[in-house]
Design a protein around this ligand. Structure first.
Ligand SMILES: [Zn+2]
Length: 164
């Protein structure tokens, strides 16, 4: 396994729509293992999309503290409910945090690492991370969803779990 370098703005790969995975072969399994290692290499990292580590494939890993890691291949948000204002940061936009609206609950589907279909109903940070990572795979960043860039600010020490 390897800790991968996280791409940051203005790396163009962050703006490309990532490709669907056709087969979860050895190279995809290695990518997943490396992404998990990269995710856990630093506290405060909540999720990673493959294009953030330079691979334009629809793969994401999410690690909510004290919960089991989630691995989703070809993830899609199939349902969104409600709306809430959140603070959000991104490992690809280091040092900043902004305010935007995210759904209260989401239902996501995709494939697990074994190729079986997975459906996840989520709220809170997990719902936010699922939306954030699915956006990444479509070339969308949280700053695109902010109503006003006036709320973009530097991260303060009291901010937690901002690295999605
Ligand atoms: Zn991000």
């Amino acid at each position: 396994m390897a800790i991968l370098t996280i791409r940051t703005l203005p790396d163009p790969i962050l703006r490309q729509k990532a490709k669907r995975v056709r087969t979860i072969d050895r190279s995809v399994k290695k990518l997943i293992a490396d992404m998990l290692e990269t995710l856990h290499a630093d506290d405060g990292r909540v999720g990673l999309a493959a294009n953030q580590v330079g691979v334009s494939l629809r793969v994401t890993v999410i690690g909510i503290p004290d919960e089991e890691d989630i691995i989703l291949v070809n993830p899609e948000i199939v349902r969104r409910k409600g709306e809430r204002l959140v603070n959000e940061g991104c490992l690809s936009i280091p040092g900043y945090i902004g305010q935007l609206y995210r759904a209260e609950t989401v239902t996501a589907k995709g494939l697990g690492p074994d190729g079986k279909e997975v459906r996840i109903k989520a709220e809170g940070l997990l719902a936010q991370a699922l939306e954030h990572e699915t956006d990444h795979l479509n070339g969308i960043l949280y700053i695109d969803r902010m109503e006003s860039m006036d709320t973009l600010r530097k991260i303060e020490p009291e901010d937690t779990q901002t690295g999605i």
